[in-house]
Design a protein around this ligand. Sequence first.
Ligand code: ZN
Length: 343
Amino acid sequence: MDDLDPERHSQLYRLDALPEGFLDCPVNRLDTLLKGPTLIRLRGERQPPLFVSVLLHGNEVTGLLAIQRLLTDFRERAVALPRDLWLFVGNIEAARYGVRRLPGQPDYNRIWAGGTHPECRMAAELLGELERQPPFAALDVHNNSGRNPIYGCINQLDARYLRLARQFSSILVYFTEPNQVLSVALSRLCPAATLECGLSGAPEGISRVARLIDALLTEGELPGTFPETDLELLHTVARVTVSDADQIAFGRQVERYDLCLPNDLDTLNFQPLPADTLIGWRSPNARGLSVADNAGRDVTAHYIRYDGDRILTRRPCVMSMLTRDITVIYQDCLCYIMEPYSL
Ligand SMILES: [Zn+2]
């Protein structure tokens, strides 16, 4: 497949206008308009630019749909953008196939802290460009494959960052790991947030992203005061992964699979879970779950206990990103563990 030619992904493509047809292009056809990961710089009336990143994960389409809706609206009203908008379109090859990433590709949201993949050169080039002209604010738009509320993530506990994310949702997650994500790199340059928009393409997420981008394009500056108190702030403290060697299934069938997960697992996301909450079953030969804290230390025994074939939480906790997508569980993780964070 020539589209997996690493040279195509080791460079950043640049455009100073939307390509013809971009605003109605289906997400799986973007590769007919763009050559690879592309920074599209649109002029507005004011600088510096608002930076928005979409499709770092090819199966997460909300960011693109929100941009298409908003820019179509500006075009139909024949009004200029109030501020420069820099749009980064990430993994269009994965988007063509509707997957998070293709086999052989790195995760496009793990390439922003250096590394050996050709895509890390592209990432460094984009960050260099943004360093030369730091944005007004930056948003990276994502979806979850499991049921989660719509929430925002920040990587710095600065009032402007909290305000930015609070404009999107009253549920905020503060995290520092994984540190190779785009928003961590952006946070060094300007107020930045990751927008987690629920299931890919769901209408509420599209509307909220479009509204936030519209507001940020119009606003003169970000307020520096702390957000109001109606805010639920959580801190990611650990990540739960599975072994590639464990065969996973949904429903209790430990005679045939190593690791079995409840069918309604993703309904546990963002719920306060008491100790002894059932989160799965394992066969006698399974590796089971691994839990690592932000420093990478194995803290499995702190959070998880086994009772016969049952996998239980050992202490009260809150989980996010629990998913029923087995590919995502292997490629990324089963979930994150969070704790309430008080400002
Ligand atoms: Zn994502």
